[in-house]
Structures are given as structure tokens and as C-alpha cells.
Design a protein around this ligand. Structure first.
Ligand SMILES: [Zn+2]
Ligand SMILES: [Zn+2]
Length: 93
């Protein structure tokens, strides 16, 4: 499934087009595959993924914002907040 956040092949933070990683927004074994199916993933450069403290895997503020933005996009396409909570185990909003 295409990303529901951005289909541009560039980092969503800095627009870099090199060293792109595909980051699944909702992680854990079950949620990762649901994220793939639902398009809850984004491109990030290595610096904004896991290659520095600015990366989503180390920056809690960025991680939460991305989860919230993605949940909002998910609710526009797939269903209610309760539907989201059932599918991913919790709400970030
Ligand atoms: Zn970047
Ligand atoms: Zn990741």
C-alpha cells in the first residue's frame, strides 16, 4: 500500500533523496504489518530515521507528532478513533 502521509520519494523532514529508509509509524510485530497494509509509513533519510538523535527512533517528540499526524490521516480514510484503537491497540490523539 502507498503511504497515506506522502508519496514523494524524499525524507518528510528535510526533503533529502539519498539514503532513504522506509519507516513504519506503528511498530511492534503486529502493528508493523498493519502499518504496511494501511500505508502508515514514510520515507526518512538515515539521519531522520535512526542515524542520529534527530531521528524518529530517538526523538520522542518527533515520534509522537508523526504518530498523531498518521492517526489523523488514517481516521480520514478508514474509520473512527475507536476503529483505530481496536486496530492498533491505542490512540495517540
Ligand atoms: Zn531527513
Ligand atoms: Zn523506523
Amino acid at each position: 500500500m502507498k503511504s497515506i502521509i506522502s508519496n514523494d520519494r524524499k525524507c518528510i523532514v528535510c526533503d533529502s533523496t539519498v539514503n532513504l529508509h522506509k519507516h513504519h509509524v506503528f511498530e511492534g510485530t503486529a502493528n508493523r504489518s498493519k502499518s504496511e497494509k494501511d500505508g502508515c509509513w514514510v520515507y526518512l533519510c538515515s539521519r531522520h530515521h535512526n542515524g542520529s538523535n534527530a531521528g524518529v527512533h530517538y526523538n520522542k517528540v518527533f515520534e509522537m507528532k508523526l504518530k498523531q499526524d498518521t492517526q489523523r490521516a488514517w481516521e480520514k480514510i478508514y474509520g473512527t478513533r475507536e476503529d483505530f484503537r481496536k486496530r492498533y491497540g491505542r490512540s495517540y490523539l
